[in-house]
Design a protein around this ligand. Structure first.
Ligand code: PMT
Length: 403
C-alpha cells in the first residue's frame, strides 16, 4: 500500500560522521516507501561512505561537488532545492549545523538548503561533547527557531566508546518524522483524531487477567495513517509490544474503565474517534489483592460484571465515531445492529474466523457498513491499507458533517 512518501522528492544530505553508514539504510528504506531520493554528500561524508553505495540504492546520480560539470547543481544551483518536497540531513555534523545557522552555502549541501523552500529536517550525530557544547546548542536553537525540524540526537553508546547524547536517531524513526512533515497538509490536516488499540486487561488477581488476542496492530496502523494525513493523533492503547508512530500522543491504559476515562476525555474536543480496541464487555466483579492459590476444589467461579460501552458513551460537539466490530457469524446483520446500539457513523466489521483476518495478523479484510445501508467490501490487504480505506471514509464524513 503506497505511503505519503510515494513519488515524493526527498533530498538526503549526508555529512562526514561515522553514522553516515546508517544513512545508506535510511536511503534504502525511503526508496522502498516510494520516495525519489537525491543524495547530496559533503566532502567529509565521501571519506566515510562511497557515493556509489547511494547511487546503487537510489538509482539516481549522487551530488558531491557544487562545481562538478556532471552535477545537476552546477547547471542550476537551485534545481534540487526547488524539486524537493523535503530536505533531510542525516547525519548532520556539528560543523554543518554551524554552517546552516550562519547561512553559509560553500558546498552542494549547504547551497541546496539555503535555496530551498521545502521543509528542512536534520538528524544530528557526533561526539557528545561537540553536541553538548553551548555553541552547537545555540546553533541548533537558531535552526529550530527558523522552523528547521531537529530529530535527536539520542543518548546511547557513541563511536568513541563514550555513552552520551550524540547517536543518530534510528532510521525508522527518522522516516516517521519525514512522513509527518510531508503529510502535514494532508486531507486530515487540522483534525483531532482519537484512536483506541489493543485488548483491555481486566484483573482477576495481581498476576492474572481476563483479556483477548488483540495485538494493537490495527489501531497503530490507523494512528500512523492518520498522522501521515496531517491529523493530530491521540492513541489510547492497552499494553502491546509495538512502538507508537512518531508524532502520535500515546496514552497507556490497561482496563476498560481506564480506557473509558481516557477516550471520553480525549474525545471531548476531537473530530474523529476510531475504536479499534477489543474492549472486554465484562470484568471480574471483585479482583482479589493476593494471588489466588491452587486449592483442592475442582471449580473456581469467577463473577463478571458488565463494562460500560465506551464508544456509545463518547460524545463531542462535532465528533464522528467509527467502530470496528469483531464478528464470527452473521457479519452484516450484527454490524448493522451495532450502528444503532453504538450510535456510530460507520461500522468496520471483520470476520475473524477467516485466515489473515483480525487478531494478531499483519493483514485484515473488512466490510464497512453505513447507516444508509451501503456496504463496502475491502479485500484482504495489510492493516495500513485497511487503515487508509477507513480514513478515506472518515475524511468524507468530516467534510460533510453538520456544523
Ligand atoms: O489488534 P489487532 O491484533 O490488530 O486486531 C484487530 C482487531 C481484531 C482487534 C480489530 O480489527 C477489531 O475488530 N476491533 C474491535 C474489537 C471489538 O471489540 O469488537 P466488538 O464487536 O466487541 O465491539 C464493537 C465496538 O465497540 C468496538 O469499536 C469496540 O472498541 C467498542 N466497545 C466494545 C465494548 C465496550 N465495552 N466498549 C466499546 O467501546
Amino acid at each position: 500500500m503506497p505511503t505519503v512518501l510515494d513519488g515524493k522528492h526527498v533530498v538526503l544530505g549526508v555529512c562526514g560522521s561515522i553514522a553516515a553508514y546508517k544513512s545508506v539504510d535510511l536511503a534504502s528504506k525511503l526508496v522502498q516507501l516510494g520516495a525519489l531520493v537525491d543524495v547530496v554528500m559533503t566532502d567529509g561524508a565521501t571519506r566515510f561512505v562511497g557515493p556509489i553505495s547511494y547511487q546503487g540504492i537510489t538509482h539516481r546520480p549522487v551530488v558531491t561537488d557544487l562545481f562538478s560539470p556532471s552535477s545537476e547543481l552546477s547547471m542550476d544551483h537551485v534545481a534540487l532545492a526547488q524539486k524537493a518536497d523535503i530536505v533531510l540531513i542525516a547525519p548532520a555534523t556539528a560543523n554543518v549545523v554551524a554552517k546552516l545557522a550562519c547561512g553559509l552555502a560553500d558546498d552542494a549541501l549547504t547551497a541546496t538548503v539555503l535555496a530551498t523552500n521545502a521543509p528542512i529536517a536534520i538528524a544530528p550525530a557526533g561526539d557528545a561533547n561537540m553536541f553538548g557544547n553551548p555553541v552547537t546548542k545555540a546553533n541548533l536553537d537558531t535552526l529550530r527557531k527558523r522552523g528547521v525540524h531537529v530529530i535527536g540526537p539520542v543518548t546511547g553508546r557513541l563511536a568513541s566508546g563514550m555513552v552520551g547524547e550524540g547517536r543518530l536517531e534510528a532510521p525508522e524513526r527518522i522516516i516517521g518524522h519525514v512522513r509527518m512533515l510531508i503529510g502535514k497538509s494532508g486531507d486530515l490536516a487540522g483534525a483531532k483524531v482519537v484512536v483506541s488499540a489493543g485488548g483491555t486487561q481486566e484483573p482477576i488477581d495481581p498476576v492474572r487477567y481476563v483479556g483477548n488476542r488483540s495485538s494493537g496492530k490495527m489501531g497503530f496502523a490507523i494512528a500512523e495513517a492518520a498522522r501521515d494525513r496531517g491529523a493530530a493523533v491521540t492513541l489510547i492503547t492497552s499494553p502491546v509490544s509495538i512502538a507508537e508512530p512518531v508524532g502520535v500522543k500515546r496514552v497507556d491504559v490497561r482496563t476498560a474503565l481506564e480506557m473509558r476515562d481516557a477516550v471520553l476525555a480525549a474525545s471531548k474536543d476531537a473530530d474523529l474517534l476510531v475504536m479499534s480496541a477489543a474492549v472486554a464487555d465484562f470484568r471480574p466483579e471483585a479482583p482479589v489483592q493476593e494471588k489466588i492459590k491452587r486449592r483442592a476444589e475442582e471449580r473456581l467461579e469467577l463473577k463478571l460484571v458488565r463494562n460500560p460501552d465506551i464508544i456509545a458513551e463518547a460524545s463531542g460537539r462535532r465528533l464522528v465515531k467509527i467502530a470496528f466490530a469483531v464478528e464470527t457469524s452473521n457479519l452484516l446483520e450484527n454490524a448493522r445492529a451495532k450502528l444503532d446500539s453504538k450510535n456510530v457513523s460507520l461500522v468496520v466489521a471483520n470476520d475473524v474466523t477467516k485466515p489473515g483476518v483480525g487478531f494478531g495478523t499483519d493483514t485484515n479484510q473488512v466490510t464497512i457498513v453505513a447507516p444508509d445501508g451501503s456496504v463496502e467490501e475491502v479485500p484482504l490487504m495489510d492493516k495500513f491499507g485497511v487503515a487508509q480505506r477507513v480514513l478515506d471514509r472518515a475524511a468524507t464524513l468530516l467534510k460533510t458533517r453538520k456544523s
